[in-house]
Design a protein around this ligand. Structure first.
Ligand code: LLP
Length: 382
């Protein structure tokens, strides 16, 4: 992303800066890749629910993947259509289930039998039928950070394969449930395609198995998780969508009329956002030099929470000499560190710093800890 430094210099920091032309280009690449295939892409709102970003994604015709009642309402507000909404999450409360049913969303991605029973009960009370997909835990290791791997039996998501027959049978027989398909999501920031190939094989087996039992699915939801390049964002601003979709084009044995749903978050919005911050102080102790920013873990928690590394750029330094710094925030927590041993040009108080690839799980995970203000957002239209 090309940042207009002269414009940014005068703005109050920290703020998220979004490149809408990159976002539009990303959306177009995805739409071009899926054209002619029975593929539907749902945007995972949790990655970034900034209304301007949502407006762009609505225009591209995407559906949504939602994980709370408030996300359902925000998606409706933004103009997404209910018939392309999937609602996942292990702990949907009654009002959240009602919000989904009242607005006639396409399906609930159901994570347990008790949840399925409650959805059936609430739908019955309202004289409605709720579409569902059963979230299957395929026990595939996505080889990503342990906090964002979701498809193994160690974690809370989905229903295990050994009990799936019973659960599918139950879903078919509950009167106010309409079983639309199976749902999978194996993790996030997945950077090899192997786990997706394994997922396709598992899906083919299951679809065939249930077809023999007389159960046909109208769709298979393969989840999201496609990773982005945090180290070389300028070289790779677009995630490898061609190869990603190709795995499913080649790997899935679809039946007549069957659709494949994708739930992409990070790969859609990750690269279009940067966190822009100012250097408050440069400080030195006996072993280290610290660049202290006015942005902290309250604005972007990924480094503190997952030890994630985002590329850091000094936008304004005119220096040619390089120095090694720990780049930290102002929050009273030792984990409030964006990067250790980061090589930057000599950096001074007042310099403008960009933390790149911050469009996904940046603004949406911001908090008001230390009573700090939430970060603002600015948009470059390109
Ligand atoms: N579908 C489901 C059921 C999910 O749980 C998620 C993400 C997605 C789709 C979208 O995944 P994506 O395409 O964005 O990888 N905060 C973490 C990521 C948490 C992901 C949670 N689930 C991070 O900053 O890395």
């Amino acid at each position: 992303m090309k940042l207009p430094i002269d414009t940014l210099r005068d703005l109050h920091t920290p703020f998220y800066c979004y490149d809408l032309s990159l976002l539009r280009h990303t959306l177009k690449v995805i739409n071009d890749e899926i054209e002619g295939y029975p593929f539907v892409v749902h945007y995972a709102l949790k990655a970034n629910a900034n209304p301007v970003i949502l407006g762009e994604i609505v225009k591209a015709g995407f559906g949504t993947d939602l994980v709370s009642g408030n996300e359902v309402l925000a998606a409706l507000d933004a103009g997404f259509i209910a018939s392309k909404m999937a609602y996942a999450g292990v702990g949907k409360t009654d009002w959240e289930i009602e919000a989904g049913i009242d607005n006639d969303i396409y399906c609930f991605n159901v994570e347990s039998v008790p949840e399925m029973e409650v959805i059936n009960e609430i739908a019955a009370r309202k004289g409605r039928t709720a579409g569902i997909a059963i979230r299957v835990n395929p026990n595939i290791d996505a080889h990503t950070h342990r906090y964002i791997t979701t498809g193994t039996t160690d974690n809370k998501f989905g229903i295990d394969i050994p009990v799936l027959d019973e659960v599918v049978e139950k879903a078919v027989n509950l009167p106010n449930i309409h079983l639309r398909g199976l749902h999978f999501h194996i993790g996030s920031q997945i950077t090899t395609l192997e786990p997706y190939k394994m997922l396709c094989e598992k899906i083919n087996e299951l679809v065939e198995h249930f077809e023999k039992m007389g159960v046909k699915f109208e769709m298979i939801d393969v989840g999201g998780g496609l990773g982005v390049d945090y180290e070389n964002p300028e070289e790779n601003p677009i995630a490898p969508f061609h190869d990603f979709f190709d795995v499913f084009k080649q790997g899935l044995k679809l039946h007549e009329g069957q659709k494949v749903h994708f739930e992409l978050g990070r790969s859609i919005v990750g690269q279009c956002g940067s966190l822009i911050s100012k250097v408050v102080f440069v400080k030195e102790n006996s072993v280290k030099k610290f660049v202290i920013l006015d942005a902290g873990m309250t604005d972007l928690i990924r480094p503190a929470l997952y030890s994630a590394h985002h590329k850091i750029v000094n936008l304004t330094s005119q220096e040619s000499d390089m120095e090694t710094y720990d780049v930290v925030g102002p929050i009273c927590e030792s984990s409030d560190v964006f990067s250790t041993d980061e090589r930057l040009p000599l950096t001074h108080r007042g310099d403008l710093i960009a933390i790149l690839t911050a469009g996904a799980y940046g603004e949406s995970m911001a908090s008001r800890y230390n009573m700090r203000d939430l970060p603002q957002s600015k948009f470059i239209k390109g």
